[in-house]
Ligand binder design. Structure first.
Ligand code: KIV
Length: 295
């Protein structure tokens, strides 16, 4: 059964860590569901994990692209909550845009909720979305859509004024109706203070084990970024799927070139009588006209 928002709240109260991960397609959605995660984010990180944009930027992902990916993941996930990530410029201009685009994730793509980045005007957008009946996850700290403003992809809240601003944003997003907040690259003591003060769960990424849950990008934790030699400090690689895929495809290519694949066990038999009739027909020069006549 689909995990509910009250269940997530109860997990915070019980101190049970919430497990969230990204996914961008149906097989990955099935695998993360089978692995027992609680929430699946179809992140705008799709831009750099699966759509071939710049290695760290997320701004290239479009509504149309994320709707297709979210639909595939939503079809795969019966229990985990599926979150569609509102891409850059899908909610920044107006509340109307936010609600219209948020609504598309729910209605067209089958998502259970949406995520948006930032405090400030995003608080108002979160309020508009929740007022329209769309569950919302907030996201503060390092917000990749506005990384240029933040001085790049680096930790946020290391100065007390900045930390206090994050704390205030977290409270404002909670008051606006968010049911969870992602804290990205925030110093652990700051994440701890926010987590203690909020009644809704915090989901950390690079913000320490004090958060109520954790999220990682699937392609980071599984080592599936073949061209990137940069991994953020907070990433732990729990498996090496990229190298295993490369080795598998290389082994296939080698066997094709050596004609050792396909072997006898990969081919289909034909009854000997059928085969000799076929050979006689070929010898007799049966061409397309004769074949048509047979029909
Ligand atoms: O798009 C994404 O993958 C995210 C996570 C890093 C939280 O926003």
């Amino acid at each position: 059964m689909k995990i509910s928002l009250p269940q997530l709240h109860d997990m915070k109260l019980a101190g049970t860590p919430i497990v969230m991960v990204t996914a961008y397609d149906h097989p990955s959605g099935r695998i993360v569901e089978q692995a027992g995660v609680d929430m699946v984010l179809v992140g705008d990180s799709a831009a750099n994990t699966v759509l071939g944009h710049d290695a760290v930027s997320t701004v290239g992902a479009t509504m149309d692209e994320l709707l297709v990916l979210t639909r595939a993941v939503a079809r795969a996930c019966a229990r985990p909550l599926v979150i569609g990530d509102l891409p850059f410029m899908s909610y920044q201009v107006s509340d109307e845009d936010a609600v219209r685009n948020g609504g598309r994730f729910i209605k067209e793509a089958g998502a259970d909720a949406v995520k948006l980045e930032g405090g400030g005007q995003s608080v108002q957008r979160a309020a508009a979305l929740t007022a329209a009946g769309i569950p919302v996850v907030g996201h503060i700290g390092l917000t990749p859509q506005t990384a240029t403003f933040l001085g790049g992809h680096k930790a946020q809240g290391r100065q007390w004024q900045q930390a206090k601003a994050l704390y205030d944003s977290a409270l404002a997003l909670q008051a606006a109706g968010c049911f969870a907040i992602v804290l990205e690259c925030v110093p652990e003591p700051v994440a701890a203070a926010i987590t203690r003060r909020l009644t809704i769960p915090t989901i950390g990424i690079g913000s320490g084990a004090v958060c109520d849950g954790q999220v990682l990008v699937l392609h980071d934790l599984l080592d599936m970024r073949p061209d990137s030699d940069f991994m953020p400090k907070f990433v732990k690689q729990f498996a090496h799927i990229g190298p295993a895929m490369r080795a598998g495809v290389a082994a296939y290519a080698n066997e094709v070139r050596a004609r050792s694949y396909p072997a006898a066990e990969h081919t289909y038999a034909i009854d000997p009588d059928q085969l000799s009739a076929f050979e006689i027909a070929v010898e007799a020069g049966a061409g397309p006209d004769n074949v048509l006549a047979d029909w």
